[in-house]
Design a protein around this ligand. Structure first.
Ligand code: PIR
Ligand code: CA
Length: 327
């Protein structure tokens, strides 16, 4: 069965790779793309989404959403994604005009028009999704699911406790996790297992499609930004804190957003656990932390948390999807 998805994103170098993965995978059908301020400003990420869609041959509605978080002051991530949000890579010119609706209205329209069919795939801050839930609470029942990239059950990449997408709008994230649906939380712990390895680069280099060049340049930019920042939480390098493995060279960036899209493509590639996830909005050092209880303590779970991904299967899917993109 193909999953119909709305990708709510803030491209973002790894968002770009996630959109290409979705576009090239036969198991998913992209219904629309919506944008939210996050890695860069709303104007930049929206232009980027339109360029990526052009490269992917995705002729679907693209709508711009919220340009700032609900409550907190804005935080961007230009240190990783560059001034444009897509590093130093030049993507093709946009083809399709921007949808005239606000992203929140597009999300509500699509979900309510196709009850039980649309899976929301947020891979940026959760501002649009929270606004959609507040505007039309019936989407909680009508959506087929929510599979997001955000949070962590160990530690953060933006603060010691918080992952960027949650930290950028913790109040929105709290509203989304407590809305009454089951959220699949693809947190940072997962993409540490799938990074931009030399082997992946070599495989993409073999591909004879125009998008492969964009993917290679994007992956090269991403790895060099990660290296310069030298922060282990966005790489595979720091799982083994006890042995000091995190002190080793930081080289390969985590494929955060592609890992979340991969879950929609084939959940069979993952090991998951049910959990209760609550977003911390009152703490100082812990603001934006996804407090994850795998012990449930007699309470109903509100989240499914993928903890392991079959990295080999993931890389195969990614390479196959890129190879399938239009020439
Ligand atoms: C990645 C992101 C933000 C900051 C860093 N350091 C790395 C973006 C990615 O696009 C992904 O959606 C999420 N936020 C990972 O934290
Ligand atoms: Ca993102």
């Amino acid at each position: 069965m193909t999953a119909r998805i709305i990708i709510d994103c803030d491209p973002g170098v790894d968002d770009a790779l996630a959109i290409l993965l979705a576009a090239g995978a036969p198991e998913v059908d992209v219904a629309a793309i919506t944008t939210v301020a996050g890695n860069q400003t709303l104007a930049k990420v929206t232009e980027n989404a339109r360029r990526i869609a052009a490269a992917a041959g995705l002729d679907v509605p693209i709508a711009a959403g919220c340009d700032r978080p609900l409550v907190r002051e804005q935080v961007l991530a230009g240190e990783i994604h560059g001034e444009t949000g897509l590093g130093d890579v030049r993507w093709p010119e946009p083809v399709r005009a921007l949808d005239s609706r606000h992203a929140v209205d597009l999300i509500i329209d699509e979900v309510m028009a196709h009850p039980g069919e649309i899976t929301l795939v947020p891979i940026g801050p959760l501002t649009n999704i929270a606004m959609a839930v507040r505007t039309e609470p019936a989407i909680v029942q009508a959506a087929a699911g929510v599979v997001l990239m955000g949070g962590s059950y160990t530690r953060g990449n933006t603060t010691p406790a918080a992952e960027f997408n949650i930290f950028a709008d913790p109040e929105a994230a709290a509203a989304v996790f407590s809305a009454g649906w089951t959220v699949t939380m693809g947190g940072l712990d997962l993409p540490r297992q799938v990074t931009v390895t030399a082997d992946l680069i070599a495989r993409v280099r073999q591909l004879d499609v125009p998008a492969a060049r964009l993917v290679l340049d994007t992956m090269a930019f991403y790895n060099s930004a990660i290296r310069q920042l030298g922060r282990g939480a966005d790489t595979s390098g720091t799982i083994d804190i006890d042995t000091g493995a995190g002190a080793g060279p930081v080289t390969a960036g985590s494929l955060h957003d592609p890992a979340a899209v991969a879950y929609v493509i084939d959940p069979g590639m993952f090991v998951t656990r049910d959990a209760i996830v609550e977003v911390e909005t009152a703490g100082e050092g812990t603001y934006g932390m996804t407090v994850t209880d795998f012990d449930l303590r007699g309470r109903p779970a509100n989240a499914v948390v993928p903890t392991r991904i079959d990295a080999g299967a993931f890389y195969d899917r990614l390479v196959t999807a890129i190879a399938a993109l239009p020439g």
